[in-house]
Design a protein around this ligand. Structure first.
Ligand SMILES: [Fe+2]
Ligand SMILES: [Fe+2]
Length: 341
């Protein structure tokens, strides 16, 4: 045992502790706004299990409809089911780097909120399919079979991002990580608002309202930390942020728009199957926005983000897919992704 060296009999006070170290034995409060968001998160806490599940009569839907709606929840969970560990890793980082107390609390709340979102996905899928796992479920219809193939490919793509993320967390400053988080939060706050407005089923309406409110808080957290850290951002960090925004667009388009094929590794018939499933779900009163509405909303979310980054003089990437000009960013792969939902 190399580390058996005793210090206490040689010196009055213990030696310096090597950093980073998981213990911040301090509770500094610099950013008041974050304390407010933390308190709001406690006030607005909700439990997926306590939603009015007895009002959802799955037998009033056809199997095509059930499988199509479950597919959308599966698509969402490809993003949301990664969020609890993603934010838990970021939470550990906030302790390691001895972030101020309200930052630690906010990350704790995001981790907990994201787990709720993932629980909601799981409960919806389980109820609609009568099976707790959309990948081992036995589809009952032709569209159900094709959507399950889609789900398997989405899951495969999503799984490739975790190793990159784990390497990115220690490598980047929290300020850089935040720009990527913000991308996801702006986008998700947008989509859940739409889903809420268009959903017919009271259970889903209520869930989307709660999830959208959570995402709004996550957005506020990102903005507050950016306001604190971005004025002093180095040029190197600025260009990393630009690249991450482009990466975020490619990654998050998978759920907010349509997955760009140069980035997502998906079969030829993927988009057609997804559009067909979404049409069935939409006609059954499940509020998935149309292609044009998605494009419009995604574009608006990106323009909002651009406004935020312009404020800090951070070059914005070109996103020609939604008619946004800017700095050319190429060669983005799943391994480069930090954005989360
Ligand atoms: Fe979420
Ligand atoms: Fe979120």
């Amino acid at each position: 045992m190399a580390n058996k060296e005793r210090f206490s009999d040689k010196m009055e006070f213990p030696p310096e502790i090597a950093q980073p170290n998981i213990y911040p034995l301090s509770w500094h409060v610099k950013t008041r706004k974050l304390q407010e968001v933390w308190e709001a998160s406690l006030r607005e806490y909700w439990q997926p299990e306590k939603l009015p599940w007895d009002t959802l009569d799955v037998d009033s839907y056809s199997w095509e409809e059930r499988e199509s709606i479950a597919y959308w929840w599966t698509l969402l969970s490809v993003f949301d089911a990664s969020a609890p560990p993603v934010f838990a890793a970021a939470l550990i980082k906030t302790y390691e780097i001895h972030e101020e107390d309200p930052v630690r609390k906010c990350f704790f709340s995001v981790t907990s909120d994201e787990q709720n979102h993932e629980i909601m996905c799981g409960m919806s899928i389980t109820k609609l399919l009568g099976h707790p796992d959309p990948l081992t479920y036995e589809p009952k219809t032709d569209i159900g079979r094709r959507l399950q193939k889609n789900a398997k490919w989405l899951y495969f793509n999503g799984s490739r991002y975790w190793n990159g993320y784990k390497q990115a967390v220690p490598k980047y400053d929290l300020a850089v990580l935040f720009s990527s988080f913000l991308m996801g939060e702006i986008a998700s706050a947008t989509i859940f608002k739409q889903m809420h407005d268009n959903a017919r089923e009271p259970l889903f309406k209520e869930a989307f309202k709660n999830i959208g409110r959570d995402e709004g808080r996550h957005m506020a957290i990102c903005m507050a930390v950016m306001e604190r850290d971005y004025p002093g951002l180095s040029d190197e960090h600025r260009s990393t942020v630009t690249k991450q925004i482009r990466a975020g667009y490619l990654f998050l388009s998978g759920v907010l728009f349509e997955p760009p094929m140069e980035f997502w590794d998906l079969p030829q018939d993927f988009i057609a199957n997804q559009r067909e499933g979404e049409e069935i779900a939409r006609n059954a009163g499940f509020g998935i926005p149309t292609y044009d509405a998605k494009r419009e909303n995604w574009r608006n979310a990106i323009i909002n983000l651009k406004g935020v980054l312009d404020h800090y003089n951070i070059p914005f990437p070109a996103i020609p897919e939604v008619d946004i000009t800017g700095e050319e960013v190429s060669d983005v792969s799943m391994q480069d992704i930090i954005p989360v939902f």
